[in-house]
Design a protein around this ligand. Structure first.
Ligand SMILES: Cc1cc2nc3c(=O)[nH]c(=O)nc-3n(C[C@H](O)[C@H](O)[C@H](O)COP(=O)(O)O)c2cc1C
Length: 194
């Protein structure tokens, strides 16, 4: 009976997870929209945070419509000091997912740099939540020693790397660098939350 109750609590917690979805400036941004939509349909509260470069590829409004939660790209703490979004959003998260993750954002997070709201949040999230990273980039960028070094650093800081897949990338090149398919990402998110 107690076991059943515990499993029900776990299911409810899973169903109502607060997911922080970071979207960075990649040609694969549109796939994050599909992911945000699916996670919302699964019952999660999905807070999307876009880097300024991501806004060149997709709109905050698009994500707000898909999730029902206003997507944001900057901290309005300067105009509303009571907001302190970089603290409150990070504290509320049950899982952080960065998808797609550019070489630039990977480098920033790996080195503890906080030049935008997303990279700032990555420094503030609780250390005990699952942190998932889904890289997408040109195969040569992905293979570069600096990128590999940064990815290793993120893994040792507690990030789980998903992918990349091999195949044609947006830049029409073949190799490892392609964003993992949305369904595969969703499976890992579900596992991480359970
Ligand atoms: C059309 C286009 C596509 C890009 N796609 C990628 C990509 O898939 N992966 C990547 O690491 N950088 C990509 N970039 C470069 C990033 O947008 C650039 O490094 C940017 O500074 C990333 O900023 P952010 O990490 O703050 O979003 C692309 C740039 C352009 C113009």
């Amino acid at each position: 009976m107690l076991k059943q109750k515990a499993s029900l609590v776990t299911q409810l917690k899973t169903a109502m997870a607060n997911i922080l979805l970071g979207v960075t400036g990649s040609a694969a941004c549109f796939k994050a929209a599909a992911c945000a939509s699916q996670l919302t349909q699964q019952g999660h509260h999905v807070q999307v945070v876009l880097t300024p470069m991501a806004l060149e590829f997709v709109s905050a409004l698009q994500f707000s419509c898909l999730t029902g939660v206003p997507a944001i790209s900057h901290d309005d703490s300067q105009t509303d000091p009571a907001g302190m979004e970089h603290i409150s959003l990070a504290r509320e998260a049950d899982l952080m997912l960065v998808m797609p993750a550019t070489a630039n954002t990977i480098g920033q997070i790996a080195n503890g740099l906080a030049s935008n709201l997303l990279t700032t949040l990555a420094l503030v999230v609780r250390s005990d939540i699952p942190k998932l990273l889904v890289p997408a980039m040109n195969p040569d960028m992905y293979a570069h020693p600096a990128v590999q070094r940064n990815l290793k650093q993120m893994q040792s800081d507690g990030w789980q790397q998903l992918g990349p897949a091999e195949g044609p990338t947006a830049c029409q090149e073949l190799g490892a660098g392609r964003l993992l398919e949305v369904d595969d990402v969703l499976k890992v998110v579900a596992e991480a939350l359970s």
